[in-house]
Design a protein around this ligand. Structure first.
Ligand code: DMJ
Length: 616
């Protein structure tokens, strides 16, 4: 219908002289209707204008300017308004000056604390606005995050040397492999293992806390910026749940607890959530491998008929307990507590835990038991779950000490020359081989000795010392003074690798980790000496221009480099060396527990179960 037919009052040839009074009643009615429709249209349109314009139209005038009611002319009105505005600015300035004066009278510590509170409030507000739905947490750094210079010169010099090694490892990575997972220090390029799928930056995340505790703040800031801008978990790739948890989740959690930077909490929780689909199995025992995009999991094809592996599903507990606290979501803790329930229902042959468990049937796979590869950190996490809970997790405690008893009875043996070692168990038969990985057990047993039933504390400390000695021997009996991947006690040899494929050294930390624990508990200077021997060997045989490399045969007279600088070299080996030459109040054991990748996590104080980072 043409618009003109609706508008009888618009100029038409037949209505040239018509006045409003001459309209007929129907015309008047239509006129009124159209007029009111027009007004409604104009009024309604205002709501569709951009904010900036509608604001101009509707903004209520500020109180000070809303005084145009008197006889003043419009000029004198605006002069008055200006005057009043100036007045207000003056008043605001005076107020701000007074507040600043007040603040300056406060102690610097108080001012700093107030700034931190405001900053953390702002960060939290931003976080909530960002839709992360993370609870507001007031951050307080647990004690001992940074240390101080040791008093004696030799220790100070050695500690400085380790820091310089960290700098060399980091600089090489930064220069040649920035953003890749690891560095190839000989060929000077990036390296990626398929353990991390297409997640990037393993070395950056693994090294964050080491940079912080060594007070390498410029490097820490660069790493933080990379995490903020580039760390991305939205990848369509399959990852190892265990490796991603211990290195990435663990690294991010530690970086958060040490620095208080919200970005680390946010990223840790985001990644934790991405790992949750791994638990979708009939028993809740997680898959080893998970596609982060599809959420589809599976197990390593070589693992005893589709089994999950003890050291993998058993090494999630510490990180997941912290994820629940930092996210306010109980789901993380529930998942790992369920793993314990499944294990508790099963019979353990001789009290031992086989390395393979089928996640569908909930039954053990092949009966292979080891405190090294495939089993190791499961035992470590039982003990540390108890310690991290401020010794409230009695179940974790009992499981640990019972398991250790079974290990001592069934797996620990003494060689003819008196070296204590931990063998592997295959369906009741012992293989007299000890892995480099197994050497962490010296530190673990020392850490647990104090909580053992009273008549066993001394005995467990002795066991720990004996294992430390055996592992030191495995280094001392090589040409390069670095330990092989595995060493044997059969066929007339002791603490020596006999197979070519067990002679390599990939910058692993376990032996040095044990020295660090033994030093803390005994202060026997030999542990620092043994650590220093390792530093010298690393410098001599592993240091190359681009960083540090593993070697293929520790019995060869000169090193054949494997051209990989493992991320755990920065996360663990160098951190444990640094702590070995630091005082005991740097990351003290009463306040911190190290995850299996040496990432320190705070003890969750029993009075503040819901606020772990407020430990005094
Ligand atoms: C690290 O990733 C962890 O220590 C893990 O528990 C075992 N292996 C490596 C280092 O050797």
């Amino acid at each position: 219908m043409p618009v003109a037919t609706l508008l009888p009052f618009t100029a038409t040839p037949s209505r040239k002289s018509a006045s409003p009074t001459s309209f007929r009643l129907t015309e008047k009615f239509i006129l009124l209707l159209v007029f009111s429709a027009f007004i409604t249209l104009c009024f309604g349109a205002i709501f569709f204008l951009p904010d900036s314009i509608s604001g101009v139209l509707f903004r209520s005038p500020p109180v000070e300017t809303n005084t145009r009611t008197g006889p003043e002319s419009s000029d004198s009105g605006s002069a008055g308004t200006e005057e009043r505005n100036l007045d207000k600015i003056r008043r605001d300035h005076e107020k701000a000056l007074l507040e600043a004066k007040d603040t300056l009278q406060k102690a610097p510590g108080v001012i700093k604390a107030e700034i931190l509170t405001v900053k953390s409030q702002l960060a939290n507000d931003r976080l909530l606005q960002g839709g992360n739905n993370l609870p507001v947490i007031s951050y307080h750094r647990p004690p001992g995050a940074t240390g101080h210079e040791p008093v004696d010169l030799e220790t100070r010099t050695r500690r400085a040397k380790v820091k310089q090694m960290m700098k060399h490892a980091w600089d090489g990575y930064r220069r040649y492999a920035w953003g890749s997972n690891e560095l190839r220090p000989v060929s000077k390029q990036g390296h990626s293992s398929n353990l991390f799928g297409s997640i990037k930056g393993a070395t950056i995340v693994d090294a964050l806390d080491t940079l912080f505790i060594m007070e390498m703040y410029d490097e820490f800031d660069a790493a933080t910026e990379w995490v903020e801008k580039n760390l991305d978990f939205n990848v369509n790739a399959e990852i190892s749940v265990f490796e991603v948890n211990i290195r990435f989740v663990g690294g991010l959690l530690s970086a958060y607890y040490l620095s208080g930077k919200e970005v680390f909490r946010r990223k840790a929780v985001e990644l934790g959530e991405k790992l949750l689909p791994a638990f979708k199995t009939p028993t809740g025992i997680p898959w080893a491998l998970l596609n982060l995009k599809s959420g589809i999991g599976r197990n390593w094809p070589w693992a005893s008929g589709g089994s999950s592996i003890l050291a993998e599903y058993g090494t999630l507990h510490l990180e997941f307990m912290h994820l629940s606290i930092l996210s306010g979501k109980p789901e993380f803790a529930q998942k790992v507590m369920n793993i314990r329930k499944v294990l508790n229902r099963l019979d353990k042959p001789q009290g031992l835990y086989p390395n393979y468990l089928n996640p569908n049937s909930g039954q053990w796979g092949q009966h292979h038991v080891s405190v090294g590869g495939l089993g190791d950190s499961f035992y470590e996490y039982l003990l540390k779950a108890w310690l991290m809970s401020d010794k409230t997790d009695e179940e974790g405690k009992k499981l640990y000490y019972d398991a250790l008893q079974a290990i001592e009875t069934n797996l620990m043996r003494k060689s003819s020359s008196g070296l204590t070692y931990i063998a592997e168990w295959k369906g009741g038969l012992l293989e007299h081989k000890m892995g480099h990985l197994t050497c962490f057990a010296g530190g673990m047993i020392a850490l647990g000795a104090d909580g053992a039933p009273s008549d066993k504390t001394g005995h467990q400390m002795e066991l720990a010392a004996e294992i430390a000695r055996t592992c030191h021997e495995s280094y001392a009996r090589t040409a390069l003074k670095l330990g092989p991947e595995a060493f044997r006690f059969d066929g007339g040899v002791e603490a020596i690798a006999t197979r070519q494929n067990e002679k390599y050294f990939i910058l692993r930390p376990e032996v040095i980790e044990t020295y660090m624990y033994m030093w803390r508990f005994t202060h026997d200077p030999k542990y620092r000496e043994w650590g220093w021997e390792a530093v010298q060997a690393l410098e001599q045989h592993c240091r190359v221009e681009g960083g540090y490399s593993g070697v293929r045969d520790v019995y060869a007279s000169s090193p054949n480099h494997d051209d990989v600088q493992q991320s755990f070299y920065l996360a663990e080996t160098l951190k444990y060396l640094y702590l070995l030459f630091s005082d005991d109040d740097h990351l003290p054991f009463e306040h911190w527990v190290f995850n299996t990748e040496a990432h320190p996590l705070p003890v969750i104080s029993k009075d503040k179960t819901d606020r772990p980072n407020e430990v005094e």
